[in-house]
Design a protein around this ligand. Structure first.
Ligand SMILES: [Zn+2]
Length: 184
């Protein structure tokens, strides 16, 4: 969930239709050991986003409880018409975030059913909100040395990101994107 004015990620949620531990146990015809099961969704992929929105609204600490209740009802109704929500969701910010996640959790590695996906997505969220510098901060908090190389690289990446963004918002780039879109 990305704020339209700030471009910041306000909240995020994860859905997984499989769990690695359960799958392995089933293959070995054994009862899975006690574990934190990653499977938390069994509907269609299309309704996944809507399901997450409903949960995020329900979990949000909105001061106005009446507003929260009506938002919950509104989005619950949307689940049955998921195409409408699908139109809402595909913004540029969303797409760029999806790219970040894809770089940290490549689809061909199937992190979807593993425990590390949560950390990979969380890292993507903080990278979008605070920039690559998050790595230096995380290291420091964990009591690790910040790392000269890490600091240098993250500063460089942030600079590259700023540059790319500055170019992307120019009129010319916008027109070019529109052009490409109509060609599709
Ligand atoms: Zn499981």
């Amino acid at each position: 969930m990305i704020g339209t004015r700030t471009g910041m990620i306000l909240d995020y949620s994860l859905r997984s239709r499989t769990c690695r531990v359960c799958v392995t146990a089933r293959r070995m015809k054994k009862i899975p050991k006690v574990h934190t099961c990653r499977k938390n969704y069994s509907g269609s992929s299309k309704a996944m986003e809507a399901d997450m929105v409903v949960q995020m609204v329900a979990d949000a600490r909105i001061k106005d409880k009446q507003l929260q209740a009506s938002l919950s009802t509104l989005f619950s109704n949307y689940i049955t018409q998921s195409e409408k929500l699908a139109k809402l969701e595909s913004t540029q910010g969303n797409e760029s975030f999806n790219n970040t996640v894809a770089s940290k959790a490549p689809k061909n590695r199937h992190y979807g059913s593993s425990g590390s996906l949560g950390y990979r997505v969380a890292a993507s969220v903080i990278q979008k909100n605070k920039g690559h510098k998050y790595l230096v901060d995380a290291n420091r908090t964990a009591g690790l040395s910040p790392g000269v190389h890490t600091s240098k690289v993250s500063a460089l990446r942030d600079l590259q990101y700023k540059k790319r963004k500055a170019i992307a918002i120019t009129k010319k780039a916008k027109l070019r994107r529109l052009e490409l879109k109509t060609e599709r």
